[in-house]
Write a protein that binds this ligand. Structure first.
Ligand SMILES: [Zn+2]
Length: 233
C-alpha cells in the first residue's frame, strides 16, 4: 500500500460530513430559538437570545480560527507521514490493551482527526486524534488522551446527549477518572496532559480557567479517596 493510501485509510473522513450535520443542527437550534424569542415575552425570550448570541459567537470564532489540519497532513514529508502512521498504530495497540483490560465488547476505531482536537464520535464509535497530538505528545500523555476518549466511548450516548454545563462537566470528570484508572496515572500526570493538550488545541483550558480547576479538584479528591480506601484483597 502506498504511503498516501495508508494515510487516506487512517483519516477520519466522516468528520467532514459530521461538520455539515452539526452545522445543520446548529442552524435548526438557532431557528427554534428565534421563533421562541419572537413568540415569548418572558424569561424564555432572554434565554433564547442568550443561546443565539452564544451560538453565533462560537460559529464566528470557528470561522475566524478554523481548525483544519487537512493542509497539515498534505504538507507532511514522507518521514513525518510514516511517523504519524506509526504513532497511530501504537495508540491503537494501547486502545486494544485498555479495551481488553476493561472487557470492552466493541472497541472503538482510532483514526487521525481532520479537526484540531481529540474527540469521540458516538455514531461511528470512533476516537479521532489529530496529527499534532499523535506526533508531539509523549507516549504517556498520548496514552492518557486515548484513555480519556475511551472513557467517553464507555458512556457512548449519555456522554453525547449531555448538553447542560453541569452534565458536560460530569462527563469530562468521569472520562478523566476512567483515564487515570485504566492507565494507573495520578493527578500530576493529568495536569501535565491538560497543559500539553491545551497548548496544542488552543482551547483556552489553561490553569486559570474555571473548568480546569473544577476538573483538577475532582480528580485530586477522587484520587485521595481511592488511596485512602485501598482494594480489599
Ligand atoms: Zn472529554
Amino acid at each position: 500500500m502506498r504511503l498516501l493510501d495508508a494515510v487516506e485509510s487512517a483519516v477520519d473522513k466522516p468528520s467532514l460530513r459530521r461538520r455539515w450535520i452539526l452545522n445543520a443542527i446548529d442552524g435548526l437550534v438557532l431557528a427554534a430559538c428565534a421563533v421562541v424569542a419572537w413568540l415569548d415575552a418572558g424569561i424564555m425570550r432572554w434565554s433564547c437570545i442568550a443561546c443565539m448570541v452564544y451560538l453565533i459567537c462560537w460559529k464566528v470564532r470557528r470561522l475566524l480560527f478554523p481548525a483544519l489540519p487537512t493542509a497539515a497532513i498534505d504538507r507532511l514529508t514522507s518521514d513525518e507521514t510514516s511517523r504519524l502512521l506509526e504513532r497511530r498504530q501504537v495508540a491503537e495497540l494501547w486502545l486494544a490493551d485498555m479495551c481488553a483490560a476493561r472487557s470492552v465488547r466493541r472497541r472503538p476505531r482510532l483514526l487521525i482527526a481532520l479537526t484540531g482536537f481529540a474527540s469521540y464520535a458516538p455514531f461511528g464509535h470512533t476516537i479521532s486524534i489529530p496529527p499534532s497530538h499523535l506526533t508531539s505528545l509523549t507516549d504517556e500523555d498520548l496514552r492518557l488522551v486515548v484513555a480519556h476518549e475511551l472513557g467517553h466511548a464507555q458512556r457512548r450516548w449519555i456522554s453525547t446527549w449531555s448538553f447542560s454545563v453541569i452534565a458536560k462537566m460530569k462527563e469530562e470528570i468521569l472520562a478523566d477518572r476512567f483515564a487515570l484508572d485504566v492507565t494507573g496515572s495520578d493527578p500530576a500526570a493529568w495536569v501535565r496532559v491538560m497543559r500539553a493538550v491545551a497548548a496544542l488545541e488552543d482551547n483556552g483550558l489553561g490553569e486559570d480557567d474555571a473548568e480546569f480547576e473544577i476538573r483538577r479538584r475532582a480528580i485530586v479528591g477522587w484520587h485521595q479517596r481511592r488511596a485512602a480506601r485501598p482494594l480489599a484483597i
